[in-house]
Each structure stands twice: as structure tokens, then as C-alpha cells.
Design a protein around this ligand. Structure first.
Ligand code: C5P
Length: 230
């Protein structure tokens, strides 16, 4: 059987979800959806609207601005990747900054934001043949996805990976700051009321603290093979 399936990868921040998801999508020629990028785009929009500039940020005011947001993924031939566009502006290089990273989990708590973004993700995935990563994609966005993976790794290895990533991009940030932000986002993402990060009973857990990318990919392709030949 060679039917297209949905592969949903959830897990903790910087647990290597997107690297794995991109590698799988390339091999299967599936669409890759980075759901974190969508949440980050909304956070960037909120920052630009100065939503966080006062201590008491006004949620209602922000929610009324959501209708101004139009997000799209477009293929970038030059870099061989999918870029995200906010109202026709390519914001791919702007959504990974520490500024966005520190605000995104606040934005991701809002039910109206989650509703809008869940609708968008389901629409992109309606014909299957996708690999999507995030926090609630297996549990909530695509509960019937054929393969669900839950990724974790020690806080030290995750902080180190993210720290290296940021340094490569030229951001001035310390390892301790990165670690603090990851711990904060883990707490926010696992404790929020709506669709918190949680391993579902039907997902397969991968702890990649001591696993190479090659080992992870081998494991995933064995699982995909099993699913597709059922
Ligand atoms: O995956 P990434 O680290 O880019 O996600 C950024 C943040 O977006 C997460 O910490 C989480 O707060 C939010 N998010 C979410 N649900 C998703 C994907 C991301 O709440 N499906």
C-alpha cells in the first residue's frame, strides 16, 4: 500500500523535531509544515503592534487584530526550503530571534489564536502527504494521523543545540539564558489549558539525548514502513 499518510511530530522545544521532520519530508517528498513558525509569526506580529509594551497587555485588543493576519508558506528555490510570509512579507529570517522566542508561548495560550492556526494547519494537511511538527499536532490538530512521534531530550542537550544554533546566526546570547527560556517554554507549553504539550497514548516516544540523526531516521523509516504495509 502506498497511500499518503500524515506524520505528526510533537515534543519539547529544541528536541530536534524540525530537523527530523525536514529530513523525513525530503525523503518521502512530503510537504513539511513547521507549526512553530506559524505561532512565531503571530508573536512577531504582536511585537510589531507593541502588544507587550505595557505591563498589562490587552488580550482583547490583540484578538481584534487577528483578522489582519494572513499567513502563507511559499517554496524558496534559492535556499531549498519553505518560507513563511506574513501579509506577503517574507519573515522567515525574523521569527527565530530571542525576542520572538520569549513571547511566543504567551501568544500560543490564547484560544482565538489556537483556533485560527488549527484551522490553517488542517487546511494545509487536508490531502495528507505531510510531515508536521509542533506541540499539539498529534493530539489535537491531526488526531487521526497515521504516525505520531513524541520527541524529548535532556534539558542540557536541548539548550546546547539551541545555543549553538543562535550563535551560528550571530545572536548575542548566553547558554544560561537559552536554558532558562527552554525551561520556561516547557512549563508554559505543558501547563496551558488548551491543547498542552502531552504525549498521547498512541504516539511513539523518541528520547534523542544520545541518538545520532542517522539512528533517529532509521528508526522512523522502520516505523513508516510498518505503518504503510499494515
Ligand atoms: O517549535 P517552536 O519552538 O518553533 O515553537 C515555538 C512555540 O510555539 C512553542 O514554544 C509553543 O509555545 C508554540 N507552539 C504551540 N503549538 C504548536 C507549535 C508551537 O503552542 N503546535
Amino acid at each position: 500500500m502506498n497511500q499518503k499518510i500524515i506524520i505528526a511530530i510533537d515534543g519539547y522545544s529544541s528536541s530536534g523535531k524540525s530537523t527530523l521532520a525536514k529530513a523525513i519530508s525530503k525523503k518521502l517528498k512530503y510537504k513539511y509544515i513547521d507549526s512553530g513558525a506559524i505561532y512565531r509569526s503571530i508573536a512577531l506580529f504582536a511585537i510589531r503592534k507593541k502588544i507587550f509594551d505595557s505591563d498589562l497587555w490587552n488580550t482583547q485588543n490583540f484578538i481584534s487584530l487577528l483578522k489582519e493576519i494572513n499567513l502563507k508558506f511559499k517554496w524558496n528555490k534559492k535556499y531549498n526550503r519553505t518560507d513563511i510570509f506574513l501579509n506577503e512579507e517574507n519573515i522567515q529570517s525574523k521569527i527565530r530571534s530571542e525576542k520572538v522566542t520569549t513571547k511566543v508561548s504567551l501568544i500560543a495560550q490564547l484560544p482565538e489564536v489556537r483556533e485560527k492556526l488549527t484551522f490553517m494547519q488542517r487546511n494545509i494537511g487536508k490531502n495528507k502527504g505531510i510531515v508536521i511538527d509542533g506541540r499539539d499536532v498529534g493530539n489535537y490538530v491531526f488526531p487521526k494521523s497515521e504516525l505520531k512521534i513524541f520527541m524529548k531530550g535532556s534539558i542540557e542537550i536541548r539548550s546546547y543545540r539551541r545555543y549553538q544554533d543562535l550563535k551560528k546566526r550571530g545572536e548575542e546570547v548566553s547558554y544560561e539564558e537559552v536554558k532558562k527560556n527552554l525551561i520556561y517554554r516547557d512549563i508554559m507549553d505543558t501547563s496551558r489549558k488548551i491543547s498542552p504539550l502531552k504525549k498521547s497514548a498512541d504516539s511513539i516516544e523518541i528520547d534523542n539525548t544520545f541518538m545520532s540523526m542517522e539512528e533517529q531516521l532509521n528508526l522512523i523509516f522502520q516505523l513508516i514502513h510498518k505503518k504503510k504495509n499494515k
